[in-house]
Design a protein around this ligand. Structure first.
Ligand code: HEM
Length: 301
């Protein structure tokens, strides 16, 4: 695992994450509702955090937020290819600059320690940085937004969560299980014939593993379609399984554990400004979510 994503490194940046969260809530409170939670909070918070970890200038965020969104939610192969090309060119330039003069964050560190010393090819750092930037944006952003919707839909559990800090960790795990936003991110190729549920998967066959089906399996979770923050769902598969399970899971957990309680404690009467039945779910891409969530608070306008 990259040192920047270990439990120890992520714990060390928790105060920084909390400061970024607070700054965005301050801005939301100063603007007043109704506003779009996705643009005001869910997207910029993980975006700022991953930029700091990677050493990507946040001033370029409009470019890479839009381009990674065009990639993750691409409507055609051409759009996906064009977006990847733009991001590769962006990182190529950034890493070239780090090779001339030591740069910040993980990219700066790896460029100096590994690329400049020919231990790693430049294109490998480009592709890894690209994957981390994209993965660090849309996923946690979707979890924050859908997490807010889910908690507001379960007011008794939200009230319990507000009153008991010890419930934050279990509540985040249950949200991860229940929402399974990266449903089809787990892709595998069988290296040998294997029988799964009475069906033989042949060596060389490719498989898409649905995390939401696994996370709603009644033999693993009692009453799986019920949202229950007290169920203790730590063994869910929302981050995948095995050597390729999510590299950013410690970061994602920390962001959710900090962002969700902060939103509900600093804006105690936070509520949806639209009817839940009118919410439009994304109908494509690899990360489930909504592209906009109007919220409000305080007295009715
Ligand atoms: C709540 C947020 C997130 C969810 C639900 C999520 C989910 C997933 C899933 C299901 C996989 C596939 C695992 C497998 O194939 O077994 C994955 C892989 C990955 N994720 Fe995440 N992820 C999240 C956040 C992040 C963040 C914040 C980062 C990085 C900053 C990240 C980086 C990665 C990377 C690099 C991989 C590929 C790992 C590999 O192939 O070895 N993810 N994630």
């Amino acid at each position: 695992m990259l040192a920047e994503f270990s439990v120890r490194s992520i714990n060390a940046i928790r105060p920084d994450i909390a400061a970024i969260v607070d700054e965005h809530i301050d801005e939301m409170l100063a603007r007043g509702g109704p506003l779009d939670l996705v643009q005001a909070f869910s997207l910029p918070v993980p975006s700022r955090v991953i930029c700091e970890i990677l050493g990507v200038p946040y001033s370029d965020h409009t470019f890479f937020q839009e381009t990674s969104q065009n990639l993750v939610q691409a409507e055609s192969p051409e759009q996906a290819i064009e977006s990847v090309g733009l991001l590769i060119a962006y990182f190529d330039e950034l890493i070239s600059a780090c090779l001339k003069q030591p740069g910040a964050g993980m990219i700066g560190r790896i460029a100096t320690e590994h690329v400049a010393t020919d231990r790693l090819a430049k294109h490998e750092l480009i592709m890894n940085a690209l994957m981390l930037l994209i993965a660090g944006h849309e996923t946690t952003a979707s979890m924050i937004t859908l997490g807010v919707i889910t908690l507001l839909a379960h007011p008794e559990q939200l009230a319990e969560l507000r009153g008991d800090e010890a419930l934050v960790g279990p509540a985040v795990e249950e949200l991860l299980r229940y929402l399974s936003i990266a449903d089809i991110a787990g892709t595998r190729v069988a290296v040998a014939d294997v029988e799964v549920g009475g069906i033989t998967v042949k060596r060389g066959d490719s498989l898409v593993v649905s995390h939401s089906l696994a996370n709603r399996d009644p033999s693993a979770f009692t009453d799986p379609d019920t949202f229950d923050i007290a169920r203790g769902s730590r063994h869910h598969l929302a981050f995948g399984y095995g050597v390729h399970q999510c590299l950013g899971q410690n970061l994602a957990r920390a962001e959710l554990q900090i962002a969700l309680p902060a939103l509900f404690s600093r804006i105690p009467d936070l509520r949806l400004a639209v009817d839940r039945s009118d919410l439009v779910l994304r109908d494509g891409g690899t990360v489930q979510g909504v592209n906009e969530l109007l919220i409000t608070w305080g007295a009715e306008a």
